[in-house]
Design a protein around this ligand. Structure first.
Ligand SMILES: Cc1cc2nc3c(=O)[nH]c(=O)nc-3n(C[C@H](O)[C@H](O)[C@H](O)COP(=O)(O)OP(=O)(O)OC[C@H]3O[C@@H](n4cnc5c(N)ncnc54)[C@H](O)[C@@H]3O)c2cc1C
Length: 394
């Protein structure tokens, strides 16, 4: 069977779905292909922190109604070390900007709902996706859908299929450069049924390693501790996890963690990764397909949003004004923000984690960086500016 669309989008994550809606707004037809089911996508727990620019874009597109109602606006975070907490006041340091805590799977529910209401096509449960002819102006996507082999003919392909997708692998190895770093630690993440222990996120540096207190809802909390990335989650009983959280988060004034049943736990490896350029011929990569950041800066989803906003603008210019200048500039434009974000995420990670080979000198440097960040307005403002996110046009 043959199908035809202007933009074939591989992947119904935040990048692919938002791109399809941005294109729809410009009157540009697209089809989204996704290997998983709608139910699976809407149940996968991942990101939770939305930058100000992401929030503004969702609102501007009429996609923010539930986010405004159910999300939680945060005006700062706490950096905790040496038994003391220090608030970084985003709103004061960034002229009123803030972040929104609204889980990624809720964003995805809103995007899928909006796309289907506008008669946009999403094909779930596709199999064996492959791209061809990407160096020509008639690229194709081949896949199986409901037992039938389909060839999708398009003008452009958007590779929004995440880190493990097929798009990036279609670019010849002689045509790209990969930049990567893996970290000698991972995050053990839990979901816990308990009331929030803090109104804002707490990033803690301790002798025993990093800990993060985040939240999902008034009843469900998300917490993380630094761990060995090779460790097996079966080695961690609930009691051990809670004890480790208590020690790492302890303060001199006896701060208390609210605890309850742990409903989910897993270990997440951490890496930084960038491919350059983010385009080959008529294939454009966006989101995790092109770059990965460690989660310490809470940036992955937000970076995906920034990419597809540029891509949608570039495609709109191509179709409405027959100009391909923004498409030509796509990779360079995105990579400026990608590398800023890579640096910020690496910097937060390096400042807050214990490294297996760190010595007393290294630890003194980390403490000095933390101390400077909370005591200098300029340093705190830099963290705040990056955390709430630079303007989308930066
Ligand atoms: C535990 C955790 C916490 C995080 N916290 C944050 C945070 O607080 N803030 C933040 O901004 N980011 C965070 N992130 C990162 C964020 O979740 C990702 O960066 C984001 O999901 C990237 O979106 P994407 O659309 O590029 O890719 P994905 O969300 O990975 O979506 C890709 C989609 O493509 C589909 N797919 C894959 N292969 C194919 C194929 N061959 N054919 C068709 N479809 C395919 C996948 O099933 C998937 O649905 C976190 C990540 C994790 C794991």
């Amino acid at each position: 069977m043959q199908m035809r669309t202007r933009v074939g989008i591989i992947g119904a994550g935040p990048a692919g779905l938002l791109l399809s809606l941005l294109l729809l707004r410009e009157g540009i037809d697209s089809i989204v292909l996704e290997i998983r089911s709608r139910e699976e996508i809407e149940a996968t727990i991942r990101a939770g922190v939305l930058e100000q620019g992401t929030v503004d874009l969702l609102n501007e597109m009429g996609l923010g109604t539930r986010m405004q109602r159910e999300g939680a606006l945060h005006h700062g975070i706490e950096l905790r070390f040496d038994g003391e907490g220090h608030r970084i006041n985003f709103t004061e340091l960034t002229n009123g900007r803030a972040i929104m805590l609204y889980p990624q799977h809720e964003v995805l529910k809103d995007l899928i709902d909006a796309r289907l209401k506008q008669d946009g096509r999403i094909l779930f449960n596709v199999e064996d996706v492959q791209v061809s002819n990407i160096s020509t102006d008639q690229p194709r996507i081949h896949f199986l859908h409901e037992g039938e082999q389909v060839e999708l003919r398009c003008d452009f392909i958007a590779g929004c299929d995440g880190f493990h997708g097929v798009s990036r692998a279609a670019i010849p190895t002689t045509e790209h450069h990969i930049f990567t770093r893996s970290y000698p630690f991972g995050w053990l993440g839990i979901l816990m049924q308990a009331p929030p222990s803090s109104e804002e996120l707490i990033y803690a540096y301790s002798e025993r390693g990093f800990a993060l207190v985040s939240t999902r809802s008034p009843e469900l909390q998300r917490l993380y501790i630094q761990c060995d990335p090779q460790d097996d989650i079966a080695n961690w009983s609930d009691e051990m996890i809670l004890a480790e959280l208590q020690v790492r988060l302890a303060t001199r004034d006896n701060w208390q963690l609210h605890t309850g049943p742990i409903t989910q736990k897993s270990i997440l490896a951490m890496r930084s990764f960038v491919i350059e350029p983010m385009r080959h011929g008529r294939l454009f990569l966006a989101g995790d397909a092109a770059h990965i950041v460690p989660p310490t800066g809470a940036k992955g989803l937000n970076l995906a949003v920034a990419d597809v906003r540029h891509l949608a603008r570039a495609l709109a210019r191509f179709y409405t004004q027959q100009q391909s200048d923004l498409l030509e500039a796509y990779s360079t434009t995105c990579l400026r923000r990608v590398w800023r974000t890579e640096h910020f995420s690496w910097w937060m990670t390096s400042m807050l984690h214990r490294f297996p080979d760190d010595d007393a000198f290294q630890q003194r440097l980390q403490r000095s960086q933390l101390d400077y960040t909370v005591r200098s307005r300029a340093a705190a403002a830099s963290l705040a500016e990056n955390y709430v996110g630079l303007p989308l046009d930066w």
